[in-house]
Design a protein around this ligand. Sequence first.
Ligand code: PHE
Length: 343
Amino acid sequence: MNEKLQQLREQFEQLSVQISDSAALEQMRISFLGKNGSLTNLFKELRTLSAEDKKTAATGINQLKKELEQFIADKSAELAAAEQAAQLANTETYDFTLPSSLTGGSLHPITLVQREVEAIFASMGFTIEDFREIVDDYDNFEAVNIPPHHPARDMQDTYFLDNGQLLKTHTSAAQNSIMRKYGAPLRAVFPGRCFRNEAIDACHENTFFQMEGMMIDENISISNLIYFMKTMLSEVFKRDIQVRLRPGFFPFVEPGFELDISCLICGGEGCPTCKHSGWLELCPCGMIHPNVLEAGGIDSEKYTGFAFGLGLTRLAMMKYGIKDIRILNSGSLKALSQFTAKQ
Ligand code: PHE
């Protein structure tokens, strides 16, 4: 054990002078401290030692862990500052003395898709609701059947605020208020910005948009859900879209599904975009869980309903062929103004 620890320490010392960018730093973090990292594995080996040896070995491992974490924190701040400085040096410069351009602005691709989907649902009798971005634990979790300490909370890595509130992790946080506001029967869609502590890459963002929909009435079934989704998606993509449901788990729906659509690129025959399956995953959904209806003051013996959580960001990327999600929050007018005629 001591030898292994010594080896790791040497490895760390060697690596620490070589790291020159944040990707390499992250790689280093994963290789030592990740789920299967070398230091993490050493911790697991402690089990095999006698109580006495365990104590000394654990102290050594913890010491190295602390040093590693300190190094990673310092280095990451240092690299971030250097990367920002490099970015600033490359930024376009503007001559602020030139007269301004007289052309108007343009709408963000997410706004465009949001408005389009809203109009389609409005034409089918749905109201459009707004909801705040800072919510209580109750709205985001408890009201949608995720009690404290339920492991399903881990599915959404949450930003908590000092006062106990949180940045909403999904638009489902509005379900309870909307049920209380209108009671049943009810048809509503509610778009919103959501936040999760995700590492950012071409497909993941910590800030993204969803559009939730709910329909509650007597005798609502899964066929209603399929009909509304298929109609809406065929209008958005201006062609007949096939949908299929696969089982999916969300505590606030029972049964719960993942809704897939026929691949937009190959039409279902199979291509690299759909990983040769012919289908693209688009939207989790399901029949609203009776506990959620009851929490919203709706009689679950009399009424049933469906809910869906459409990824608006995802939909905008599909519709406009945007390959990198980071463009959407980039504020880059060059990238963002090309999806629409000027307003
Ligand atoms: N709120 C879920 C999520 O963001 C999506 C969802 C909404 C699933 C409605 C089912 C019904 O992960």
